[in-house]
Ligand binder design. Structure first.
Ligand SMILES: [Zn+2]
Length: 472
């Protein structure tokens, strides 16, 4: 049975959703003012796995991920670039979709933009005002009154921001001593982007966006709400306070938070210029390599980003694909060996059922692939095919092993960099010249060197041809 760690209770809890009902999932999406980075990749990849896995278990899901297309950072960046907010936002959404598509992230069922939900946000604030959970401040901003909501802090076990560095947006900035936060920011200048409301022109605060969107799509509550751990306080605490204030029975069953990405001992941040963009990683690595690398750390732990670990993941994935090289998809005859196959199956799914323990699940893929290599040597073709099918199936649950093994491995020989291929070619031609001059010892020495590089030689009359071999 699936167990998920719930931030609200700080415990792993059994999932007891009803199969006849749709599982509602809401994840806080991207603020589109820049390209998406590895932190985004990690968060959304984790929820991609969660959604895939729930569907594998037979649940139907409805996944909503918003797009924040208006906020301080967007306004600042558009002004700095001397372009309109609309142009900036459209470009960034296009890049985001391209990156996510490359990473093989399944699309959410709905991807509402904040600016398209303005009426829902305004109606939500109206209810909060009516119920006295909100008030109009002297400067005409509308604030949420924390003292009116007794359970504030129930999710994060926090009530106050520690310092200004704790803030992630204007909306979190300490407004007054009671830490009340902005629901509606009154427009001072006519040139500011604004929407008409009963309280004059303005724009919404960040926290109210998500609550209003959740309420719009999931009137009866949410089964899973997630995001990065940096959103836990104050963003998610505020979201919960708002939702509970308009409907005390509103339920969010599981809160799931994904750990941070750490680079050079620091949290990734623009001010430290240590941001790793998805696009740059995709230039260097196959998307499955990035996926395998991210899944090799448990989602609740911090991911310490090191390129050498990414390369190590690449090597592991290559070995897994090598074990599948001679797998015959068409072959319908399989060697049952139920006991053996069930052992791997049980291990894989018990790892996934234990709060999506993907590092363990990835290790099972490796172990199974090593076992397949042994079977390959014993030439038990039926068992080899059965186990290969299982390996591909497990991989697919994690969004992996979707490539044809030959094509996947060939892409590395092509990618084996032009300079490496140049070296190989030089050695082959040098060996040709030794052979033509009957310097057999030297020619043989180069043949051995090429073999070490994973290259085999076929001798012709004057010139030899070569090919790359896949090593286990
Ligand atoms: Zn949110």
């Amino acid at each position: 049975m699936l167990k998920i760690f719930n931030t609200l209770t700080k415990k792993k809890e059994k999932v007891q959703f009803s199969y006849s009902k749709i599982i509602n999932i809401y994840v806080c999406g991207v603020t589109v003012y820049d390209l998406c980075h590895i932190g985004h990749a990690r968060t959304f990849l984790v929820f991609d796995i969660i959604k895939r896995y729930l569907e594998y278990l037979g649940y139907k899901t409805c996944y909503v991920r918003n797009i924040t297309d208006i906020d301080d950072k967007i306004i600042y960046t558009a002004n700095r670039n001397n372009e309109s907010i609309d142009v900036l936002v459209k470009r960034m959404i296009k890049h985001m979709h391209k990156d996510f598509l490359c990473l093989n992230l399944q699309d959410p069922d709905y991807e509402p933009k904040v600016t398209r939900c303005m009426q829902d946000i305004i109606s939500f604030i109206e209810i909060l005002l009516k119920k006295n959970f909100a008030y109009i401040a002297d400067n005409k901003d509308i604030l949420f009154s924390i003292k009116q909501y007794n359970s504030y802090g129930i999710l994060s076990r926090r009530k106050k921001l520690c310092c200004l560095h704790d803030t992630v947006s204007y909306d979190d900035s300490i407004y007054n001593e009671s830490n009340d936060f902005v629901l509606w920011k009154h427009s001072i200048n006519k040139s500011d982007p604004h929407w008409i409301s009963p309280w004059g022109p303005g724009r919404p605060g960040w926290h109210i966006e998500c609550s209003a969107i959740i309420n719009k799509f999931f009137k009866n509550g949410v089964n899973i709400h997630g995001g990065g751990i940096d959103l836990l306080f104050p963003h998610h605490e505020n979201e919960l306070a708002q939702l509970k204030s308009i409907k005390s029975s509103f339920s969010i069953k599981f809160w799931i938070h994904v750990g941070m990405v750490i680079i050079n001992n620091h949290k990734m941040s623009k001010s430290l210029s240590n941001t790793v963009f998805i696009r740059d990683l995709l230039h260097k690595y196959d998307p499955e390599v990035i996926r395998f690398y991210i899944l090799s750390t448990h989602y609740r732990h911090p991911l310490v980003f090191r390129e050498k670990n990414l390369n190590a993941s690449q090597n592991i994935l290559k070995k897994i694909y090598v074990s599948l090289l001679y797998h015959n998809i068409q072959c319908t005859h399989t060697n049952d060996q139920k006991k053996l196959r069930n052992t791997f199956k049980e291990k894989f799914f018990s790892a996934m059922n234990d709060d999506f323990n993907t590092p363990k699940a990835c290790l099972i893929l490796q172990k199974l692939s090593q076992y397949i290599n042994k079977i390959k040597k014993s030439r038990d073709i039926l068992l080899y095919n059965s186990l290969s099918k299982d390996l591909i199936f497990f991989g697919n649950v994690l969004g992996l092993l979707n490539h044809d093994p030959k094509n996947f491995l060939r892409s590395f020989t092509n990618k084996m960099s032009r300079s490496q291929i140049n070296i190989v070619e030089k050695l082959v031609r040098m060996r040709d010249s030794y052979r033509n001059n009957k310097k057999w010892n030297l020619a043989d020495m180069i043949r051995k060197k090429l073999l070490k590089l994973g290259v085999t030689i076929k001798d012709g009359n004057e010139r030899s041809t070569y090919k790359f071999i896949y090593k286990n």
